[in-house]
Design a binder for this molecule. Structure first.
Ligand code: MN
Length: 383
């Protein structure tokens, strides 16, 4: 196997881990393109190491700045750069590891050109799950999830049809406030919020993990990826993060995927699927060392974001796109110390309440709703 790959978001947390996976399997991969947002210093190092033919950065200004230092590599910028890279027929697979709705257009561009995607960007399916999954069926391409829980479910299900499934179980570590009181969560500072007990990730997703919005977005992501009704998707708090997901089948048997919490495993699974290689060595798995696995029901009073996501998912249409857009803006406002952590759920709930849903949104409807909800959230609640 030699696979030509592009990595969108190569300087982010998942992107860097993907390049580590490729380092361990360098004869198996040929890097066609990389993309970064603003971290062009790191991108420059990656260009030297991986010699991509094309790269893309956030803005034209950054592209010009990078062009002064880099020769022999085509430099693109903006959403258009991402779309051009993702849709290029050189690719066998494109890893989409950019944050937020920036992942949507490149995902569609790859799928329309018959290219498989490894999807680390959950916003794509949350906002436009109907469109992305329909296009993927029409173009006969695979969407291989990189999110650890969804990788787990994907591995449990393989190609079994969804009518054989009673329910799927997504686990959540519970984040830094699992045992905190509502009062403590109310007064949470950025430092505590960003100190995730199990996973090392980017800031946005780490805040989402602290509010359990991340799990809510994952419920919607799972609904689209696996075609499972919301009532049959269960979220369980599991502080050890060893059980990544489980599926209960018709006959009552339950299949689960377990392992040490490392993103290298789901990333490598997605990039090499359906093959499997040893790659990066993780510590050997020893159940006696883990000794104890705990599970509890999530406390929806402490973590209202989870319930908001279920509601938005069940109502469908453009509701999930609003949930995603407003949450993203609110998280950035929290990171800039403009609002409290607990304001995030309240602001999301208020904007959702006032939303006039579009039942079967087109791609343009989704972009429009995304933009309007962000503006409304910023104007009314985040100034
Ligand atoms: Mn996850």
């Amino acid at each position: 196997m030699t696979r030509t790959i592009s990595i969108l978001g190569s300087t982010g947390s998942v992107g860097k881990q993907a390049l580590e996976v490729i380092d361990g399997l360098s004869e198996k991969f040929n890097v066609f393109a990389l993309s970064a947002g603003r971290n062009i210093e790191l991108l420059e190092q990656q260009i030297t190491n991986y010699k991509p033919q094309v790269v893309s950065v956030a803005t034209q200004k950054l592209a010009i700045e990078l062009g002064r230092k880099i020769k022999n590599t085509e430099i693109l910028w903006g959403q258009d750069g991402l779309k051009q890279i993702a849709g290029n027929s050189e690719n066998d697979i494109v890893l989409i590891a950019v944050t937020g709705l920036n992942g949507l257009e490149p995902a569609i561009s790859a799928i329309k050109n018959g290219i498989d995607i490894a999807l680390a960007n959950k916003e794509t399916l949350v906002a436009a799950g109907n469109i992305v999954t329909r296009l993927s069926r029409e173009n006969n391409t695979e969407i291989i999830p990189v999110d650890s829980e969804h990788s787990a479910i994907y591995q449990c299900i393989r190609r079994k049809d969804s009518s054989k499934i009673n329910k799927i179980i997504l686990t959540a570590s519970g984040g830094p406030f699992r045992t905190s009181s509502i009062e403590e969560i109310n007064n949470a500072d950025i430092e505590t919020t960003l100190a995730h007990p199990r996973w090392s990730m980017g800031d946005k997703i780490t805040v989402d993990s602290a509010t359990l919005m991340n799990k809510g977005l994952e419920v919607i992501e799972a609904h689209w990826l696996f075609g499972i009704d919301y009532n049959n998707i269960e979220v369980i708090i599991h502080p050890q993060s060893i059980v990544h997901g489980a599926v209960e089948f018709l006959d009552g048997s339950v299949i689960s995927q377990i392992g040490l919490p490392s993103m290298h495993i789901p990333v490598q699974f997605a990039l090499t699927y359906p093959e499997m290689f040893s790659g990066i060595k993780t510590n050997s798995f020893d159940l006696t060392e883990i000794a104890k696995l705990e599970f509890e029901k999530p406390d929806l009073k402490k973590f209202p974001c989870l319930e908001l996501a279920y509601e938005a998912g069940k109502k469908g249409g453009t509701y999930p796109a609003v949930l995603n857009a407003v949450n993203e803006e609110a998280v950035y406002a929290f990171l800039q110390r403009k609002i409290k952590l607990t304001d995030i759920a309240q602001i999301v709930a208020r904007v959702l309440d006032r939303h006039d849903v579009i039942e079967n949104p087109s791609f343009d409807d989704i972009l429009e709703v995304d933009k309007n909800s962000r503006e409304l959230a910023v104007k009314k609640h985040l100034n």
